[in-house]
Design a protein around this ligand. Structure first.
Ligand code: NAP
Length: 274
């Protein structure tokens, strides 16, 4: 459920997994106006749904509608997955945190003692899940850079553990990246139809990691520049695919595959098998 939702790649992904695992089911995109979210969610058990995913702008509001939510969802302040229990209760979870971490790990990222500083661009819903993911990976110096300072302050005050989050103005992006081991773009900049994210990556630490939540295009201007400068680069498609795994498992009890073919299939590049 989202508003709008037609752009979502999730139906393509989940339906492919359902087909591959011979599960008689369907994952359908539902445009739901924000004023109708509660009615739509309450209809899920009656209509026979095992659950749903939520995307912009429903993730935060849904938290106040479901019957229960996980500790992780409470920490992030948003849910992207709902499971319908046998008795009709709705349980909310946040799998974006897992999706972000798994995407990095699948690319070979290992957190260790040197991996303390990360710079996060943006302070919206995606950034919240990513800040929590970074905290749980052991990052203790998280530099949050956002165009609108108040939003960064809200994000930091909701999520900070001791003094692990520092806020920087958008104009201070260079300073915020100084010596950072990981850079994450969580803004929509670089997405098809949006301006590119124009920043100089030189201040990052040597051998830093650069990742983008934007996956259309797959290699954003930011990632291209990072590749050219020799940084480790991780695209945003993996986050989308990995966040879907725990949801699928919770609804259908089976673990879906993640491999290059599913990535190609989701991108519609013509791969024919998982
Ligand atoms: P959101 O809550 O609306 O937040 C958008 C963020 O982008 C805000 O921090 C906003 O800054 C910033 N921003 C927007 N336009 C900007 C501009 N022109 N210059 C500078 N900053 C700008 O959205 P969201 O839920 O965080 O999603 C953000 C992006 O992540 C979307 O493209 C979404 O599709 C993608 N996403 C991808 C995945 C994945 O699995 N790969 C998962 C979740 C989201 P202000 O506060 O100043 O407005």
């Amino acid at each position: 459920m989202g508003w709008p939702v037609s752009h979502s790649l999730s139906p393509r992904l989940h339906n492919r997994w359902l087909e591959h695992l011979h599960i008689d089911g369907a994952y359908i995109p539902m445009p739901v106006h924000p004023s109708r979210l509660e009615q739509a969610l309450r209809a899920l058990p009656v209509l026979g749904f095992r659950g749903c995913n939520l995307t912009i702008p429903h993730k935060e509001k849904a938290l106040s509608i479901v019957d229960e939510f996980t500790d992780l969802a409470r920490r992030v302040g948003a849910i992207n997955t709902i499971v319908v229990e046998d008795d009709g209760r709705l349980i909310g979870n946040n799998t974006d945190v897992f999706g972000f971490q798994e995407n990095l790990k699948a690319a070979g990222f290992k957190s260790h003692v040197d991996m303390k500083s990360a710079t996060v661009l943006g302070a919206g819903g995606a950034a919240r899940a990513i800040v929590v993911a970074l905290q749980d990976l052991g990052f203790t110096d998280i530099r949050l850079v956002n165009r609108t300072r108040e939003k960064a302050e809200l994000c930091a005050s909701a999520l900070k553990q001791k003094d692990d989050i520092r806020i920087f103005e958008w104009e201070q992006t260079t300073e915020a990246m100084e010596g950072s081991k990981l850079l994450v773009n969580t803004t929509a900049l670089g997405m098809k139809g949006q301006p590119d994210l124009m920043i100089d990556l030189s201040p990052l630490a040597k051998e830093a990691w650069v990742t983008d939540v934007v996956y259309n295009p797959l290699i954003t201007g930011l990632l291209r520049q990072a590749e050219e400068k020799g940084f480790y680069v991780v695209d945003g498609l993996g986050m989308l695919i990995h966040q879907a795994r725990p949801s699928f498992h919770a609804w259908f009890g089976l673990e879906p595959h993640v491999n290059q073919d599913i990535r190609n299939y989701v991108l519609n590049n013509g791969a024919t098998s998982l």
